[in-house]
Design a protein around this ligand. Structure first.
Ligand code: AHR
Length: 527
C-alpha cells in the first residue's frame, strides 16, 4: 500500500442517539436557475506528483497504447464523465516553459519544478495532452498560461503555436511537430492563483490586474472570441479576498469572461484530537457563500464601470484535500528533486465523497453564476481515479457522486432549490441545513434530484414534490453510504465502497419519498 492517508477509525467526531427527520424539495418548472453547463463537470491535470507520469501516461504499462496512454485510465475518465480538462497547472504552470514540452522527446529538457520540488522530464506536453483528450472522449482543453515567471510575449507565442492554422513561425513549428490542424483552444486561464504568496512570481492585485489586462488584450488581438479566465482568490479565507476581486476585475472586466475561484475542504482537527466532521459535512455552505461573494464583486464592478459585459465564475479548483498532511508534503533537500513522486495522494472516505457530492450540488444550484468548474484533480493527485505504476487503476469513493451527477444532469436545466430541511449545529458555520439538494429537469422530461444528508446521526425521510401533472413511470435511486463513514477504496480493496440501489424510493400522490441514511449522498432519477 502506498504511504498515503488512510482514514483512522474512531475519528467520527461525536455520536448521539439516531432519530428520524423529514425534509422536502419542491420541483417547480416555473423557476429555472439556468442550464446545466457541461463545463461544470470539468477536471484538472497538472504536472504534479503522478497525475501525468504513471497516471494518464505510462509507456510500458500493460494497457498503454503506442503513445504511452494508459487505456485503463482512459476508460475510467470516460466513465467519470469529465468534460473540460484544465492543464498544465496549477502552481506548476507559474514556472513552466511550454516550449520545453513540444518537439522530439529526446530533445526535451529536464527542468526543476519549483512548485512541487520535483524534476519535470517534459516527456508529456501540449501535443500529448491534445491527443490524449481526443482519445479520452473528445474533452475540451482549458489551457493555462504562465504569468508567474513569464508574461505577454510567451502567452502570445503559445496562442500562435496552438491556434493559428499555418503560415507563421510558431504555427509552422507546430505542424513540423506533427499537428497539421490547430488545437483551437477556446478557454485560457491567465495564470494560476496569483494572489497566493506560495505562487512562483506571486503578485499584488494591482500588478496582476494590469498584467492580466494586457495579456487578455494581446490574446484578443489574435482571436477576439477566446474565453479568458482571470485569477480570483485561491480561497474564500485569503486575507486579500474581496479586495483582490475588486482590483483585478476593475482592470480586466471587459476583457475577460470568467473570474476563477478555488476551494478545498477537509475536516479540521479539534483540540481534543478528533476531527470536526459536522462542519466538514457542511462545506457546501462555505462554497455557496464564496460564490455569492464573488458574484457580488462582479456585480459591483459591472455597475461601477457601467459595463453591459458579464463575467461568470470558473470554479476551476475544488475538492476535498487534506492539505498540509503527510501525502501533501513536498520533497525537500538540495539534491532531492524526484521525478513524479507520490504527492497529494489522499485516499477518500465515504464522508469525503458525501462532501464532494454536496459541493457539486452547490455548484449546480449556482448555475446562473458558475459556468465552468474543475474537480482538482483527475488522477492520483487528490483525485477520483487512482493508479499503481505497472498495476491497476481504480475508483475512489469520490468518483461516484461526480460520475452519477454528470450522467444524470448534463443537458438539463437547474431548478431553483426550494428545500425545507431540519438544521444541525456546526462549530464553523453555526446552524445549517442538514439536507442539501438540487433538481434538474432533463431535456427528455425526466427529473433528476441530487441530495445529501449531512447529519452524522439522523436518518431523513426526503420528499420530492413533483410538478403538477408529472406522472412518473420509473424511479431509480442510488445512494452512497456506509455504516463506517471512513470506509474507503484502496489498492487492496478497490470495491469496498460503491453506490447501491436505494429500495426505499416510493411514490404517493405526486410525491416521491426516499430514506436518506446519515452521512449519505443520493441521486434520484424520476422518468
Ligand atoms: O490542486 C493542487 C494545487 O492547489 C494547485 O496546483 C494549486 O493551484 C492549488 O493551490
Amino acid at each position: 500500500e502506498p504511504s498515503c492517508r488512510v482514514p483512522q477509525k474512531g475519528q467520527r467526531g461525536h455520536m448521539t442517539q439516531q432519530t428520524e427527520t423529514h425534509a422536502k424539495l419542491v420541483v417547480d418548472d416555473e423557476f429555472k436557475v439556468g442550464p446545466v453547463h457541461d463545463r461544470v463537470f470539468g477536471s484538472f491535470v497538472e504536472h504534479l506528483g503522478r497525475c501525468v507520469y504513471t497516471g494518464i501516461y505510462e509507456p510500458g504499462h500493460p494497457t498503454a497504447d503506442e503513445e504511452g496512454f494508459r487505456q485503463d485510465v482512459i476508460d475510467l475518465v470516460k466513465e467519470l464523465g469529465a468534460t473540460t480538462i484544465r492543464y498544465p497547472g496549477g502552481n506548476f504552470v507559474s514556472g513552466y516553459n511550454w516550449e520545453d514540452g513540444v518537439g522530439p522527446k529526446q530533445d526535451r529538457p529536464r527542468r526543476l519544478d519549483l512548485a512541487w520540488h520535483s524534476t519535470e522530464t517534459n516527456q508529456f506536453g501540449l501535443h500529448e495532452m491534445a491527443s490524449w483528450l481526443r482519445k479520452a472522449g473528445g474533452n475540451e482543453l482549458m489551457e493555462a498560461v504562465n504569468l508567474g515567471t513569464r508574461g505577454l510575449a510567451e502567452a502570445l507565442d503559445l496562442l500562435e503555436y496552438a491556434n493559428v492554422p499555418e503560415g507563421t513561425a510558431r504555427s509552422e513549428e507546430r505542424i513540423r511537430n506533427g499537428a497539421e490542424d490547430p488545437f483551437d483552444i477556446r478557454m485560457w486561464c491567465l495564470g494560476n492563483e496569483m494572489d497566493g504568496p506560495w505562487q512562483t512570481g506571486h503578485k499584488s492585485a494591482e500588478d496582476y490586474g494590469k498584467l492580466a489586462a494586457s495579456v487578455a488584450a494581446g490574446m484578443r488581438m489574435i482571436d477576439p472570441d477566446l474565453e479568458l479566465v482571470v485569477c480570483g482568490s485561491s480561497s474564500h479565507t485569503m486575507d486579500t479576498f474581496g479586495k483582490w476581486e475588486e482590483t483585478v476585475l476593475e482592470h480586466t472586466f471587459d476583457k475577460v469572461n470568467f473570474g476563477s475561484a478555488h476551494a478545498y475542504y477537509f475536516p479540521q482537527i479539534m483540540p481534543d484530537g478528533s476531527r470536526d466532521m459536522a462542519s466538514f459535512l457542511a462545506s457546501g455552505v462555505d462554497m455557496d457563500g464564496f460564490i455569492k461573494d464573488v458574484g457580488a464583486a462582479i456585480d459591483a464592478t459591472r455597475s461601477r464601470l457601467k459595463s453591459d459585459h458579464n463575467v461568470y465564475i470558473s470554479f476551476d479548483e475544488w475538492n476535498v484535500w487534506y492539505m498540509g498532511e503527510e501525502p501533501s508534503k513536498n520533497p525537500e533537500g538540495i539534491g532531492n528533486w524526484p521525478v513524479a513522486p507520490r504527492l497529494l495522494e489522499d485516499i477518500y472516505s465515504v464522508a469525503d465523497a458525501v462532501v464532494v457530492g454536496d459541493l457539486l450540488i452547490t455548484l449546480l444550484q449556482n448555475a446562473d453564476r458558475v459556468h465552468a468548474a474543475s474537480l482538482a484533480q483527475l488522477v492520483n493527485v487528490i483525485a477520483p481515479i487512482m493508479t499503481e505504476p505497472n498495476g491497476p487503476a481504480w475508483r475512489q469513493t469520490t468518483f461516484y457522486p461526480f460520475s452519477l451527477t454528470a450522467a444524470w444532469a448534463k443537458g438539463g436545466s437547474v431548478l431553483e432549490p426550494k428545500i425545507e430541511s431540519p438544521q444541525y449545529h456546526t462549530d464553523r458555520y453555526g446552524d445549517v441545513a442538514s439536507t442539501n439538494a438540487v433538481a434538474v429537469r432533463g431535456a427528455d422530461g425526466s427529473v433528476a434530484v441530487f441530495v445529501t444528508n449531512r447529519s452524522l446521526d439522523d436518518e431523513c425521510t426526503f420528499d420530492i414534490k413533483l410538478p403538477e401533472g408529472f406522472t412518473p413511470h420509473e424511479i431509480e435511486a442510488r445512494t452512497l453510504h456506509d455504516d463506517d463513514i471512513l470506509a474507503a477504496n484502496t489498492l487492496h480493496d478497490q470495491h469496498r465502497v460503491e453506490p447501491y440501489t436505494n429500495d426505499s424510493a416510493s411514490m404517493h400522490s405526486g410525491t416521491v419519498s426516499v430514506t436518506l441514511p446519515p452521512v449519505s449522498w443520493t441521486a434520484i432519477q424520476i422518468r
